[in-house]
Design a protein around this ligand. Structure first.
Ligand code: ACO
Ligand code: ZN
Length: 224
């Protein structure tokens, strides 16, 4: 078996070095079948979104002409919480988070934007007590040796805690569906439904550890 032999040879050599897929951004080792399988799954989800056929009991919090927003809470049926987890995994992959544990799963709400039987947007909101404001200027480099990649997410934060109620730990929209107001509508809905009977101000919402995209969006959304 020539193919088998070739594989075997490759495996023993330099081919374990990781590659990055230009389409989906995942970094993986093409020589590792497990990694390869994971990549195929991520690649598909990244480009197509996650399928959503609908549930018997779904908690629709808002409907639009081009989709709807569904809320998943920690005590919802398994099929719902599993789906929320699946989406979170995809988002974490894209944001480069590795197995981030939610600070308090029991207080976490996941909002899913569904369009055309696919999940095209997701927002994970957690109940918090305080937040530190991101200041408008990024930190000056600590040392000339600090690399740019490390640097670009290091926003300077205020040291003064401010009261906040809802922390947006992740917000994500499928790449082909961006700039259609999906993230904006997700945050609007969170402000309206996170605490029953109360509309949160933008001051009461905090975006955790924003990416450059996330910061541009949050700045625009909060008009800061
Ligand atoms: N560049 C500049 N302005 C932006 C950008 C951007 N990339 N994204 C949003 N905005 C501003 C615009 O003013 C926009 O209004 P306009 O389109 O009328 O000009 C306004 O924010 C509203 O944007 P939406 O259409 O609601 O945002 P979208 O649905 O495209 O989602 C998001 C924004 C979630 C940041 C998306 O770009 C994304 O998923 N990025 C990759 C994942 C990511 O980085 N998420 C943030 C992580 S931080 C965190 O989770 C706390
Ligand atoms: Zn890929």
């Amino acid at each position: 078996n020539l193919k088998g032999k070739k594989r075997h040879q490759d495996a023993g050599q330099k081919h374990f070095c990781p590659v990055m897929c230009k389409a989906c951004g995942m970094i993986y080792s093409a020589a590792n079948p497990e990694d390869e399988a994971q990549h195929i799954q991520h690649h598909q989800r990244f480009l197509e979104g996650i399928k959503f056929v609908g549930w018997k009991k779904e908690h629709v919090v808002e409907k639009f002409w081009d989709g709807k927003i569904i809320l998943v809470r920690p005590n919802d049926p398994k099929y719902a919480t599993k789906k929320a987890e699946e989406v979170r995994e995809l988002v974490d992959h894209e944001l480069g988070f590795k197995q981030v544990v939610l600070s308090c799963p029991a207080k976490t709400k996941t909002y899913l934007f569904v369009y055309d039987k696919k999940i095209v947007g997701c927002l994970v909101a957690e109940q918090i007590k305080q937040a530190f404001r991101v200041l408008s200027e990024p930190c000056p480099p600590v040392s000339p040796n600090q690399n740019a990649l490390e640097h670009h997410r290091a926003w300077r934060c205020s040291t003064k805690p401010e009261p906040a109620i809802c922390g947006v730990s992740r917000i994500w929209v499928l790449s082909l569906m961006r700039r259609k107001g999906i993230a904006r509508r997700l945050v609007d809905v969170v402000r309206n439904t996170f605490i029953f009977g109360c509309y949160l101000s933008t001051e009461e919402i905090a975006f955790s550890d924003p990416t450059p995209d996330g910061k541009l969006f949050a700045t625009k959304y909060c008009q800061t």
